[in-house]
Write a protein that binds this ligand. Structure first.
Ligand code: PEP
Ligand code: MG
Length: 400
């Protein structure tokens, strides 16, 4: 049994503690909390900020709860809806696992068709909350092994419902296991190798939009986003299959009026090839978490083990996963912007990595003229304020 000892106080594994997020104080047990109230002064300052800022502020959210919070804080759209989070629910994960472990196309298709209604309902509830504000939905991104069971108990449960022996399951799990820092069979690579998954997601998105229009009279503004591409070819292939789905949906249920298809720029090669990629993209969203990871060659999940020492030794001033490295990673963003605009004048450019809620990074995004930043719901007020401050700093620097 693991335990934690702080100043002679023993806390057992599994025991609940409370952390005061403002000062880091650790309190034993679960203490009662109250929802903070948004005062009148808060909205006055936020409105001042909105009058000045140039960047739009969107949110990264995928549950109705988070989308509602973000809207209350003034989100002007969703910049990143990570669809993978929708598959972990206990009543869906089984179908996800069946889809991953399917032996052939028919079996996979059967599992996918069970997931589709869940996805459609998720999208409908998000579209209803967001009304006519833009919603960027990212198609499935993580490697499939992340969805598989990792205990023998769960394996036993799964074996009761799938057509496989214990040995088959073990082999398949081993086959899907990856050792790399999220650089394997993920992102658009899933869309290329298992086109049915993205087709199901696109169909669920488009049908949800049509049904929401019928039910509320408002047309959702949809941006379908493809993750982790390194070439125009990947994007154009996946975009074509989305257009095929769009045509099928049009025949059956009608036309979706506001649909854009774009991509994340999360790999250095994608930034360098932005002129080719922009021909097929209505928007670019810079995934600065992965872009930082791949530009530095530092795995974002393991970096905390040594970045402290780099900070102590002053090799870096700040953790690049917290505040955007404007010199290096930022240079790739600038290159992508400069290369994309001549081939696609109307391309929309934003960022959706964690940096989207960091004031210094927001200042950088403002200085290079991006259209929006997207951050987690509770960061929205800070982002609105930082976006306005960035304009004020810029103007006062120009006067010097
Ligand atoms: C990113 O890489 O910046 C991003 C937003 O995607 P994720 O964090 O889900 O990889
Ligand atoms: Mg990413």
């Amino acid at each position: 049994q693991m335990k934690l000892i702080i100043n002679n106080v023993e806390i057992q594994n599994g025991e609940i503690i409370t952390i005061n997020g403002s000062n880091g104080e650790v309190i034993s047990g679960k203490i009662a909390t109250v929802e903070p109230e948004l005062s009148n002064y808060f909205s006055i300052i936020m409105n001042w900020a909105d009058e000045i800022k140039k960047l739009s502020v969107r949110t990264n959210a995928e549950t109705p709860e988070d989308v509602n919070i973000a809207k209350k804080f003034g989100a002007e759209g969703i910049g990143l809806c990570r669809t993978e989070h929708m598959f972990f629910d206990s009543n869906r994960i089984l179908y996800m696992r069946k889809m991953i472990l399917a032996q052939d196309f028919d079996e996979r298709q059967k599992a996918i068709s069970k997931l589709e209604p869940f996805q459609k309902e998720d999208f409908k509830s998000i579209f209803k909350i967001m009304g006519e504000l833009p919603v960027t939905i990212r198609l499935l991104d993580p490697p499939l092994h992340e969805f598989l069971p990792n205990s023998s108990e769960e394996n036993k449960e799964l074996l009761k419902t799938i057509n496989a022996t214990k040995e088959d399951l073990k082999n398949r799990i081993e086959q899907l296991d990856e050792l790399n820092p999220m650089l394997g069979h993920r992102g658009s690579r899933l869309g290329i190798t298992f086109p049915e998954i993205y087709k199901m997601q696109a169909k669920a998105i488009l049908e949800a939009a049509i049904e929401v229009k019928e039910e509320t009279g408002k047309s959702p503004v949809i941006e379908i986003m493809i993750p982790l591409i390194f070439s125009a070819k990947e994007l154009s292939m996946i975009k074509n299959s989305i257009i095929d789905v769009e045509n099928l949906v049009k025949e059956k249920k009608g036309k979706v009026s506001n649909l854009l298809v774009g991509t994340m720029i999360e790999l250095p090669r994608a930034a360098l090839m932005a002129d080719e990629i922009a021909k097929f993209a209505d928007f670019f969203s810079f995934g600065t978490n992965d872009l930082t990871q791949t530009t530095y060659g530092i795995s974002r999940d393991d970096s905390s083990r040594f970045l402290e020492i780099y900070l102590d030794k002053k090799i870096i001033d700040i953790d690049p996963f917290v505040s955007l490295d404007s010199k290096g990673v930022g240079q790739l963003i600038k290159i992508a912007k400069e290369k994309s605009i001549p081939v696609n004048k109307s391309i929309k450019l934003g960022i959706c990595g964690e940096h989207g809620g960091d004031p210094k990074s927001i200042e950088f995004c403002n200085s290079i003229g991006l259209d929006y930043v997207s951050c987690s719901p509770f960061r929205i007020p800070i982002a609105r304020l930082a976006a306005a401050q960035a304009v004020i700093f810029e103007e006062s620097n120009n006067l010097k």
